[in-house]
Design a protein around this ligand. Sequence first.
Ligand SMILES: Nc1nc2c(ncn2[C@@H]2O[C@H](COP(=O)(O)OP(=O)(O)OP(=O)(O)O)[C@@H](O)[C@H]2O)c(=O)[nH]1
Length: 573
Amino acid sequence: MSLKTRILGLAACLITVAAIASWLAYRELSEDIIERWGQQVAEIQVRYDSARLLQSLEREIGLAKQMAQSSALVNWAQAPAVDGLKTEAIRQMESFRSNFRDNSYFVALRKNGHYYYNNAANEFAGDQFRYVLDQDKPDDAWFFQLIEEGRDFHLNVNPDVELGVTKLWIDVLMRDAENQVVGMVGTGLNLDDFLQDIVDIGQEGITTLFVDYNGAIQLYRDRNYIDFASIIKPEGQKNTVDLLFDDPEDKQQILGMLQLLKKKGDQAGEVESGFVTVDGRKHLAGVAFLPAIGWFEITLLDLNTLLPTSYLWPLVGVFLVSLLVTLALFHLIIQSKILKPIMTLEHAVEKVRDGSFELPRMDKPDNEIGRLADHFEKMSQGLRHSTRDLENKVAQRTDELNRLARIDPLTGLKNRRGLDEVLDEEIQRAKRQGTGFGIIWLDIDHFKTINDQLGHQAGDEILCRVALWLKAGVRPYDHPGRWGGDEFVVLLSPCDQQTLEQIAGRIRQLVEQESRKTGHVVTVSVGGYLCSPEDNSNTILRQADRALYQAKNQGRNRVCIAKYEDGPVTAGG
Ligand SMILES: Nc1nc2c(ncn2[C@@H]2O[C@H](COP(=O)(O)OP(=O)(O)OP(=O)(O)O)[C@@H](O)[C@H]2O)c(=O)[nH]1
């Protein structure tokens, strides 16, 4: 996998991880914001609703409590059979009726179970006694239950079958001087009006309901959920608030909040909140306890309606766009600052590896890679220079070796290899130009004897001297050389018969004359041959050798010139 793919893959992974982390953080944060906001809204809503509820109820409860403390009523409740007390009590009741908001009241006496009632229409004027409460009748159980519980006042939503009304009843116990319960008074508020005023506030996305101390639903816009006559129902049969939620965790959560607020007791205004699902939609539930009436108020805020998450989509869009822009920028920077310089550097390394120092133009960003490219460029320049120096030195040494390979170390003349090369060149030139050239082959006479008599060292000196005389006897452009041992060869170019004979004779003569000066005469036998363009090296050497052989045979210290196939033409001493 290429570096580019790896880096981009890594960047994509990192960005994905960052995106997931950001998304989780965003969700966490947005939920936190929504919860805080919802909590504030729920608190405000609870205070607002409870103020409206309590405003309506407190006055009625106060009036009912006053009524319960009326001495006329208390006295009569202790002796219901006394007519005078009854008349005064009824007068009192009627005066309270006009003050109650609902213009209705009820009074129930413990002693005889008589139940008195009159309504706004004054329907039962003079006939306030309605019926006798029966302990065995389920519809009348509330009365006996409340007395048994002994709570001073109680709110109760209950249909009165006898009266044919469903009301929110305010029940207040009536006590005598010994604090014994002698009866119960109260008033009822029309449930429909009440629900409309307090619960059906028509605010979209906000649902308010009230539950009693045990969690039974008392005020809710859907009457089917209201737990009528909750007081007389056994636990387990009540319409409690958890009925509104499908998820068992939500049920637990709401009931937990009720328990918590119960523990906190009278700290009015405390609001507990949490997310719940109602009818498949996410809601924020705010719960507050209303100690004045012993109920809880629950406010459900439909978050999708009040704060749709689509509001936050632009934020997500901006986030995604910035992620993509970051990725693109990252790609551009990596490409220009790292990948492109690395690729040109790799290309340059390949060229140097293959022996070329013509480097491509390299990008050198201001970073480690740029510095690396710079170092590499300088290193390859140094390498190029040292390689060139080395090549020059090798060429020089090779030339020198080549030259030395063609030089006889003793005499400094061409050796046999050098002579062979010149001979080949002359043959080629002769073929090209159609002209001939001359060859002289000479051998020192009785050199073995010289060596034997004077020593090998002296023999070497004589060889060197002969070489010098040989050089002196030929033209500057001729090629004298030592063939081996005491044999020398000279190639003469250009040459003709006369020149060949002339130079061969001169050499022989020069050696004899010059050696005489040294006190020890040395002579040479000389064979010559004038080569034609048709000759090759074998025929040339054979002819020259044959001529030399003849010069030796004919008594030495003489010149024999061979003519191809004819034998020698000249012999001179
Ligand atoms: N000092 C010395 N002697 C050499 C060298 N190379 C060959 N020789 C000797 O040269 C002699 C050559 O003898 P030949 O050419 O065979 O015979 P020659 O004695 O010259 O007799 P002819 O050629 O018949 O006149 C041998 O004894 C070789 O040992 C050398 O480099 N230095």
